[in-house]
Every structure is written in C-alpha cells, then in structure tokens.
Design a protein around this ligand. Structure first.
Ligand SMILES: NC(=O)c1ccc[n+]([C@@H]2O[C@H](COP(=O)([O-])OP(=O)(O)OC[C@H]3O[C@@H](n4cnc5c(N)ncnc54)[C@H](O)[C@@H]3O)[C@@H](O)[C@H]2O)c1
Length: 369
C-alpha cells in the first residue's frame, strides 16, 4: 500500500498530510523535503518515545539533522503551562535557531504542546506533526490549533500554528490501547456525519473491517477524515464560521467529561454520547428524522461506541456547558445535523435542552452516580 497525500490549502501556509503504512521509516527524507533546518528537536511522551523514538531519531539523523529528543509524562496533565515552559527552556538549551524545527511525535497532547512551543519559541519556528494515535491522525494533527490547558479549563491558552508537514503512519496505530482507538473512531463518525451521505455510507459499509483494524480500511478512514478536515480548515482557518461544525458532539461531550471526571469517561465515549444527544436535539428543534438518529446510533454501536451507562445530574451538565469556551454571547451553541452533510450551528433554548437532558439522565440505568 503506497502512502496517499492530502493537501491542506490554508492561505499562506499550505502543507501536505501523508497517510499510510511505514512512514516512520521514511521520516528523515520527507522532513528534508520541507525543511533546511540544521537541528531538530523531537518532542514525544514516554510511551511513544519507547515505541518509536529510536527509529525516528535515526532516520532524522541519516537525513543530516542534528537531533535532540525530549519526552514528557504521557497524558493530558502534560498539556499545561508548566510543562510548556520546561519544553521551551529545553529548546533554548539545545540552542535551536529560527530556521530549526520541532517534530511532534505522539498523540494529540504532544501535537498541541509541540505546536504551542513552535508558535512561541523565538516567536515561531517550524514544526512537523507525526501523529501516532487515531485521534491525532484523523483530527488534531491537521488544522493548526495548538495550545495548553489552564486551571480554568481545557485549551484556554494557545495559538494557531500550521505544521509544515503531517506524516501519519497507520502501522503505528497497531499498538494503540482500545480506549484510545475508540476515541479516534468517534471523531471519524463525526467527520462522516458532518461531511456527506457518501462518507457515512462508506463508514457503515466498512464498520466491521474498521473495528477489526483492517489496514487498508484504517488508512482509507484516516484519508477520508483528513480530506474532510482539510476542506473545512482551508475554508475557515480561524473558526470564524464553518469550522464550528468540528464541534459536533462536543457540546455535551466536553460537559460529560467535565462532570463525570476526566479519565472516568473517555473523550471518545463522551463525544459519541454527545452526538447521540445532539441528533436527538436536532429532531426536537429542527426537524431531523428519528430514522437519522437510529442510523447514527447503529453505526456507533457497530463500531463499539456503546451508549453510556452513567446518569449525570442534568443541572450540573448544563452548568458545565455554560462554562465551555465555545459559549458565545451567553448562548450555548449546538451543531445540529438534520441529514448526513446537512447541519446548522446555533443556540438552543436552555429549557428545551434541559428537558431533553432530564429524559436522557432518567434513561440511564444502573450506572448512575
Ligand atoms: N488541536 C486540535 O485540533 C485538537 C483536536 C482534537 C483533540 N485535540 C487534543 O488532543 C488531545 C487528545 O489526544 P489523544 O487522544 O491522541 O491523547 P494522547 O496524546 O494523550 O495519547 C493517548 C495515549 O496513547 C498513548 N499513545 C500514543 N500513541 C500510541 C501508540 N501508537 N501506541 C500506544 N500508545 C500510544 C500516549 O502515550 C497516551 O498515553 C487532547 O488534549 C485534545 O484537547 C486537539
């Protein structure tokens, strides 16, 4: 299987996303095509560094770079101000210059952290994304949103910084734990529902193969998701309009993660539940058909993204939504699909949301907390 390439046409800084098996073994040559840097700092986390650090450093060294590596503790806790500061200090110790480069080797945490460091170190140096989780390959490595969490909430400090290249090696996904795999699948469903009947139909037809991690189907799912995201961010880099559609499922999803406690419900489980809820809300407020809700539910089930079995307090969930940074002029905004590829983004009366949240919470059984 040969790698495929998707171009992201952001104004002033277009770049390519290469997708396929075996790209880590070719990373030095590919990076050389986009960067004349002398030094490269590879930022990773300890899990990913153990798995892929050696091959990536070796290939970059063979391409003539002076390679430095730094690795952080795995997990969201590393996406913080303190760790970002340590990373910047380490880049200075490595004496990276304006023309040098950061390579983000890891999941979305590493991509966001490395991108933020690249946006701020010396007021901006180049960076390359080498995503190793499904979520990072289908979503976070493309589009240039970078940043860290603050005590007040997730992703509250950051910058738009597009990578010079994304190299998504699909063979790297074979070591991914099931929960991380499911997180990525939820974003694939999001992309398909928002994109088109064609993508959604393809996903339905390939759900079993995807669940079984059939290599050609995994690569095709990554490519289709990247094509979708590339088109969205090329049209609206700074989220002034259409890019809001990428928040489908995340309005309730983020609130569930927040109220249940980060790590109790995974990001993928929360987003999948958020999409079920948003589709039901779309039936209530903008005429989506119950058939569409059932169809999306069947797809999520077939991918192993089961309905959540936790009942959360509706008022508390609503409060968490009000605190989200996506709230605009005091209104919670919802991405509401009526059909595959047809959606609107709008505020919804809180009374209607609360009514549905109460029914949702009651429908959750034994797992209540
Ligand atoms: N910038 C964006 O547009 C954007 C979009 C969506 C999500 N995000 C961010 O992405 C982050 C979540 O990313 P994530 O889900 O990739 O989490 P992550 O980076 O924490 O990775 C999840 C876990 O998988 C491990 N791992 C990574 N690759 C592996 C592999 N190939 N084999 C085995 N283990 C591996 C990591 O060490 C980590 O423990 C969040 O901080 C979220 O805010 C950003």
């Amino acid at each position: 299987m040969k790698p495929e390439v998707v171009r992201v046409e952001v104004p002033g800084a277009p770049y390519e996303v290469a997708i396929g098996p075996g790209l880590l073994g070719d990373i030095g040559r590919r990076v050389r095509l986009v960067s004349k840097a002398e030094k490269v700092a590879v930022l990773s986390d300890d899990n990913v560094n153990d798995l892929f650090g050696t091959i990536v450093e070796r290939r970059l060294g063979e391409a003539g770079y002076e390679v430095h590596s730094l690795s952080v503790t795995p997990g969201e806790e590393s996406k913080c101000w303190a760790v970002a500061g340590q990373v910047l200090e380490t880049l200075a110790e490595f004496k990276l210059g304006r023309g040098d480069l950061i390579v983000a080797l890891g999941g979305g945490v590493i991509g966001d952290l490395a991108g933020f460091a690249a946006a701020t170190y010396l007021r901006g140096i180049g960076f390359v994304q080498v995503p190793t989780t499904l979520l990072a390959q289908v979503d976070s490595s493309v589009g240039g949103k970078t940043g860290v969490d603050l005590r007040a909430g997730k992703n509250l400090a950051g910058a738009f910084k597009q990578p010079m290249l994304v190299a998504a090696d699909t063979t790297a996904l074979s070591s991914l734990p099931q929960r991380e795999w499911a997180s990525g699948l939820a974003e694939v469903v999001k992309s398909a529902v928002i994109d088109s009947e064609e993508f959604l139909g393809w996903l339905e037809g390939n759900a079993e193969a995807l669940r079984g991690k059939e290599p050609s189907v995994v690569a095709a799912a990554v490519r289709r998701s990247v094509e979708f995201k590339a088109a969205v961010v090329s049209a609206d880099e700074k989220e002034l309009g259409v890019r809001e559609c990428l928040n489908y499922g995340h309005t309730l999803g983020h609130a569930i993660e927040n109220v249940a406690g980060y790590g109790v419900v995974s990001h993928g489980e929360a987003v999948a539940e958020g999409m079920r809820f948003a589709a039901a809300l779309a039936v209530k407020v903008c005429g989506a058909s119950p058939e569409f809700v059932r169809r999306q539910g069947d797809l999520l089930d077939s991918l192993g993204l089961d309905s959540l079995d936790v009942a959360l307090d509706p008022e508390e969930v609503l409060r968490a939504m009000r605190n989200d940074k996506k709230v605009r002029l005091g209104s919670i905004r919802w991405v509401l699909p009526t059909l595959p590829g047809q959606w609107s983004c709008r505020p919804v009366e809180e009374s209607a949301v609360l009514e549905l949240l109460e029914a949702w919470s009651k429908s959750k059984g034994k797992g209540s907390r």
